[in-house]
Design a protein around this ligand. Sequence first.
Ligand code: PLP
Ligand code: COI
Length: 305
Amino acid sequence: MEKKNIDWGNLGFAYMETDKRFVSNFKGGAWDEGALISDANVTMSECACVLQYAQTCFEGLKAYTTEDGHIVTFRPDLNAERMEASAKRLEMPVFPKERFIDAVVQVVAANEAYVPPFGSGATLYLRPYMYGKNAVIGVKPADEFEFRVFCTPVGPYFKGGVKPLTIRVSDFDRAAPNGTGHIKAGLNYAMSLYAIMSAHREGFDENMYLDPKTRTKVEETGGANFLFVTKDNKVVTPKSGSILPSITRRSLVHVAKEYLGLEVEEREVFFDEVKDFAECGLCGTAAVISPVGKIVDHEIGRAHV
Ligand code: PLP
Ligand code: COI
């Protein structure tokens, strides 16, 4: 398969239209069989539920070329399961797991020319998502939905690749207790846009969100979970009902425990403890594993390195 003429090594984390995407529609209580299509645009009612009430959830996963030339994706079954949880919480129909995985495989195969070569540092990012499509004016769920998977080749999420990040403790909260922080709802990201832009304006790469109720415990960033390492080599990661259960984090915890024989603590992590950890990193599909160099608690004026 001839690859596209793309400067793989210089890709950022940005959208590039590729050849095919998978689309399936839910109408009259059932998903249709779906198809790969060429049209990258969506047409819908001006009053679509997604436009009025943000009824949408999404996933993110990557396809990679292995050294021996195979193309693999990373644990798509877990993305399917997480999307099921998101859909249920947002009153949307579940797109069945086997069909989710099949759609991912179809999209990767149809866009093989865009899968970055091994060693290029780039990957093919897949974005499955679902949204309420029909017109809704009273506050209620849609009854027609679209499930779509598109893909785009990407480079590093953080500018400059793997270099230690500087993050700040956010004054804004990400997810309420008993809210939607544990699912991948579009609304969680809409509310983070002001916070991330103001962080950037102040020279920070990301926000560290604390638990909104007590503002004493570390939750996560806008798009990644935290991993810490103690001075005696234990891995510590925050446990909370309002953070997204990162598939990367769950995989790393498994590797740390089962392959590296490290002790792992998944527990509440108080911000006061952060200064005593030896290392801090962010993990996620887009974020990969990104080291944190500095955390600034601007309200109190403390800086933790
Ligand atoms: N936390 C948030 C808020 C995210 O958006 C993501 C990205 O999906 C993650 C964590 C990391 O999750 P995963 O490792 O499944 O990509
Ligand atoms: C991902 O890592 O797939 C995400 O959805 C995070 C987002 C910040 C791009």
